[in-house]
Design a binder for this molecule. Structure first.
Ligand code: ATP
Ligand code: MG
Length: 409
């Protein structure tokens, strides 16, 4: 039997990038032979094994055939007769369809190296269209390698467009979609992910609420870029440049969804978009079974981002309500992430990327002042139950008034 490294490990070595996870393919072996060598079987669908010592993945070379809708609809065929070329042809992109042996001899039947040099993301064969997830994968690789100058081949875009129009994207499970979306948002250029999805018609299938933002104007005085979709892309871009975590990036993507619902006769203003957007944010969260921390921050940022921007003008009582809504006493991290999302929103405006955002420190200071109010003296004064809560609120309000006066003096 022969063993080859395949996929990302080969691609990233040739690009001179660090290789983290290594996939291997085994040609000319049976399941019985693998087990006899001590490999541990994993994966119910097709023969994948873990190396007895290193724990790395070894998959038997296989072919696959589409037999129904969605990813479940595949039949796999693994046997010692399946060749390396046959295994490689079922892969998504040419740059992912190269193999190398221990001596770094490259097997590259579909010209992945040529496409690497030309910086092109190109599908391997028409079978690309058999798995709609590949639309998201290509957009994700575009987001990852945009900095190196990679773009999607025209003929691959055509296939992605056909897949999007066919409605097949609707057959993807929430889990598979979210895995790609979340990984794509964490790439260096997450805005490219959204842009590529939009260009091939997949955005209106997967995230119609985001698609709807394109072509919607905002007041030029605050938003020199005008278009709400372009603004959203810039906010995402900022979130990556500032190395924000997934929660913040997800909130950035969804914060303005309400603007897509504004009646045209109200343009370019978007009265109460913070509230109209909430049901859309909720729907998107549920569609992809998004993790709870991402869901929560997206909803809170959607509802309160304009509060963040107006932080210095807020009355002490409104400031207190804001802090209470975030439960800053038990969830300090979440409030920090909210502040970050607001800052990314402010920086995601054309020509204003470098402008300082004093609201951030102001909000941090306010949270600190509210947290500094001690419960003990109130307990000593005999407050308990609901009265204790009221007294605490009064003291926090006092503290915030003093903070506001000192900070804006
Ligand atoms: P990463 O650096 O993100 O791990 P990768 O290319 O190694 O990138 P994996 O998801 O680990 O991506 O998959 C390993 C290889 O398996 C890919 O390079 C590709 O050849 C193939 N592959 C994975 N998923 C698909 C798919 N849905 N359709 C076609 N080929 C796929
Ligand atoms: Mg990999």
């Amino acid at each position: 039997m022969q063993v080859y490294k395949v996929g990302g490990a080969v691609r990233d070595r040739l690009l001179g990038l660090p290789v983290t996870d290594v996939d291997r393919v085994v040609v000319g072996a049976t399941t019985e032979e693998m087990l006899a060598k001590g490999f541990r079987p994993v994966g119910a669908d097709f023969p994948v094994f873990l190396h007895p010592k290193t724990g790395e993945e070894y998959a038997l070379a296989r072919t696959e055939r589409k037999s129904g809708r969605g990813y479940g609809g595949f039949t796999f065929y693994a046997s010692p007769e399946v060749t390396l070329e046959e295994d490689l042809i079922r892969r998504d992109l040419t740059i992912n369809a190269m193999a190398e042996d221990d001596q770094l001899n490259l097997t590259d039947p579909y010209h992945g190296q040529r496409d690497l040099e030309a910086r092109i993301l190109r599908h391997v064969s028409p079978a690309f269209a058999e798995d709609p997830l590949r639309v998201l994968r290509v957009a994700r690789f575009a987001a990852r390698y945009a900095g190196l100058g990679f773009t999607v081949a025209d003929e691959t875009m055509d296939l992605m467009r056909q897949l999007s129009e066919s409605g097949e994207l609707q057959a993807l499970t929430a889990e598979r979609s979210w895995k790609e979306i979340s990984r794509a948002l964490m790439e260096d250029h997450p805005q490219v992910f959204i842009q590529v999805l939009r260009d091939c018609g997949a955005l209106k299938e997967l995230l119609p609420e985001v698609e709807a933002l394109f072509g919607v104007p905002q007041p030029e005085t605050h938003h020199p870029e005008i278009d709400t979709g372009l603004h959203t892309l810039s906010v995402l871009e900022q979130s990556a440049q500032h190395k924000q975590p997934l929660t913040v990036r997800w909130a950035c993507l969804l914060h303005d969804l309400g603007k897509g619902l504004t009646p045209e006769d109200e343009w370019p203003r978007h009265i109460a978009h913070e509230h109209t957007g909430l049901k859309l944010i909720k729907a998107v969260n549920e569609r992809f079974k998004v993790p709870k921390d991402c869901q929560e921050l997206a909803l809170l940022a959607g509802q309160y981002h304009t509060h963040g921007h107006r932080a210095l003008e807020l009355k002490a009582s409104t400031l207190l309500e804001l802090l209470q809504s975030f439960d800053i006493y038990r969830r300090p991290q979440r409030f920090e992430e909210f502040i970050a999302a607001c800052e990314m929103d402010a920086r995601g405006r054309k020509g204003l990327e470098q402008r300082s955002y004093p609201q951030a420190d102001y909000l941090r200071g306010a949270a600190k002042a509210a947290r500094a109010v001690a419960v003990q003296p109130l307990l000593e004064q005999g407050f308990k139950g609901p009265e204790l809560g009221e007294a605490l609120k009064r003291e926090r309000l006092k503290a915030l008034k003093a903070y506001k006066e000192a900070a804006t003096a």
